[in-house]
Design a protein around this ligand. Structure first.
Ligand SMILES: [Fe+2]
Length: 361
């Protein structure tokens, strides 16, 4: 029987969680006592500069069995196909589309199965984004991955993913998404051969869009974002830690599981979201709203109101405008668009859009 996982509900909240096997494992009153309960090690993970304004400041305190710093040196990791070499390629202004990517025929785990599709900017300057697909058919056994460059927004298209993180476990299935932010260690197990999309943003984190005149509710509601609850494993076994750092992959060995966090608290967390919970807002008179009305999450640049990337969905909805030319929207847009199908048929072009498309409009 599949264990039902527990989650904490909310977006941007201050959460706290203890593995129920170790009650009172969160230290009371202070972050870093000389002696933590159960002899745990206190460790802070920062998601913003220490001095970031309070509203943007993100950090979490872990209470773990062994310190993360205990590992052998990192070396170049040879596998995988994560590349940030778009600045060395000649650009192509044409619209492009792809058929669904083939599932691997030889054993391939989630990290090995990540392929770079496109990108812009530079992780070294902490500005820009990358878009990948993943196709995998095996588990990350005794292996963990973390991204020092930015945040991963993972969108499964085929197959449920079972993620282990330092914060606990979470599962995501097609039509759910999850965000694993910079520095958070995680591993991915699968149930069947799996495929999906990843959006990576450098330098900033995803937030919920402002709602303006829509009001206090609507689009993706904060309560529907779910964060895992603490779950530790105490394993003295070799683990391979793979790091994405300045666009390159590195790996090191450590002699214990990195998923040994017994308790944690903070506001820098991984989260998942079921796209079925998105409250769609649409025109009820004439004309289409701009597609930004379908924004689930946004990653804002330092230019006010302008995103590094918006994650937008076209979910099932009534589209009942009068005296309005049918969808799709015809526009020319200063922003690049990358589209991927999760399920169903895309309303604009049904043919040859079975799973993948990128277009520039
Ligand atoms: Fe468009």
């Amino acid at each position: 029987m599949t264990e039902e996982l527990k989650y904490l509900s909310g977006f941007g909240s201050e959460f706290s969680s203890e593995d129920p096997r170790c009650p009172n494992s969160l230290p009371a009153k202070q972050n870093n006592p000389q002696q933590c309960p159960y002899g745990l090690y206190a460790e802070q993970l920062s998601g913003t500069a220490f001095t970031a304004p309070r509203l943007e400041n993100r950090r979490t305190w872990f209470y773990r069995i062994r310190p993360s710093v205990g590992h052998y040196p990192f070396k170049t990791y040879q596998k995988g196909n994560i590349r940030h070499d778009w600045n060395t390629k000649h650009p192509d202004p044409n619209q492009m589309r792809w058929d669904p990517f083939d599932l691997p025929t030889s054993p391939t785990d989630f990290v090995e199965g990540i392929n770079t599709i496109c990108g812009a900017g530079d992780p070294k300057n902490k500005h820009g984004l990358a878009i990948y697909n993943y196709c995998c058919n095996s588990n990350m056994k005794n292996m963990a991955f973390y991204n020092a460059d930015g945040d991963f927004l993972i969108v499964p298209q085929l197959g449920e993913l079972k993620l282990k993180t330092e914060y606990g476990r979470l599962t995501i299935k097609p039509n759910e998404i999850c965000v694993i932010q910079q520095g958070m260690r995680f591993s991915v197990d699968i149930i069947e051969p799996s495929r999906g999309y990843i959006l990576e943003v450098f330098g900033q984190h995803f937030t919920l869009p402002d709602l303006g005149p829509i009001g206090a509710n609507g689009l993706a509601n904060p309560r529907d974002f779910l964060t895992p609850t603490a779950y530790y494993e105490d394993l003295d076994e070799d683990y391979e830690i793979i790091a994405k750092y300045q666009g390159n992959l590195f790996s090191c060995i450590q002699d214990h599981s990195p998923f040994d966090v017994v308790a944690w608290y903070g506001n820098y967390v991984p989260f998942k979201y079921d796209l079925n919970n998105f409250m769609v807002i649409n025109s009820v008179s004439f004309d289409h709203c701009d597609p930004s009305i379908f924004t689930v999450l946004t990653c804002q640049s330092e230019k006010k109101g302008t995103a590094i990337a918006d994650f937008v969905i076209f979910p099932p909805r009534w589209s009942v405008q009068e005296n309005t030319f049918r969808p799709p929207y015809y526009h020319r847009n200063c922003m690049s668009e990358f589209m991927g199908l999760i399920y169903g048929e895309y309303e604009a072009k049904k043919r040859s859009f079975s799973s993948w498309r990128r277009h520039f409009t």
